[in-house]
Design a protein around this ligand. Sequence first.
Ligand code: PDD
Length: 283
Amino acid sequence: MTRIVYVNGEYVREEEAKISIFDRGFLFADGVYEVTSVLGGKLIDFEGHFVRLTRSLSELQMVNPITSEDLLKVHRELVQKNSVVEGLVYLQVTRGVADRDFAFPDDISPTVVMFTQEKSMSESPLAQRGMKVISIDDQRWGRCDIKTVQLLYPCMGKMMAVASGADDAWMVHDGKVTEGTSNNAYIVKNGTIITRELGNEILSGITRSAILRYANVAQMKVEERAFTVEEVISADEAFITSATLFTTPVVEIDGKKIGTGKPGNVSKRLREIYIEESLKTAI
Ligand code: PDD
């Protein structure tokens, strides 16, 4: 079935959507993106994604071209036009179209593109069995806090994982885990949830902040600090969070079992709470 997508103010069939070959998103990966999940036909954490989008743009000297109200309207239109019950809305804003030059002109208008993708998320076989990860060197640039579309290294990392029979890669910088290729990383030790503190090395996950909030409410102990691969191996359990994977357990790293080698109780509980709360607060 053909999708209806959004390109610069218009809703068009996906095969009719066009972007210039001079778009700086295409030539320089000069753009940012957001992925907002749809559960029960409603958007999870829409406002959080909007705030992060505005921040990413501003860090790259771009102004958010769309208000929160208008963006919400487009998200809802797309969900409705494509009858999405469970899945995601992908949004990309690039600096726009200009002759190829590293220096960018400041008078170009941004390109705004959105599309939906159906994805089964609440019933996830991966959450049932738990993910296997490998550790790899984090070779990304120094501003991983900005959600840019330059995702080649994470793609290569994911392929390294798949080639070795794993599901994902956890990246390591200066001996400490930063994050997964497209998710935030956590371990649990003696009942304490440990996840890297925010900084330029990781993305400030919208799901991360929801999970830490829910963990606090449930009176679980949380420590925001970096951890080593050795700590992962000796942890009681491990998990990841992202908009589309919610909380998903990690049961193995570099071929070594974490804890019992089965999804742990803390991550299972957090996943339940996350789905329950998201269904309540989705708009
Ligand atoms: N990825 N870290 C990285 C590097 C990510 O790409 C993502 C999200 C996250 C989690 O952020 P959030 O909880 O806001 O989804 C952390 C999205 C889902 C993607 O690229 O598809």
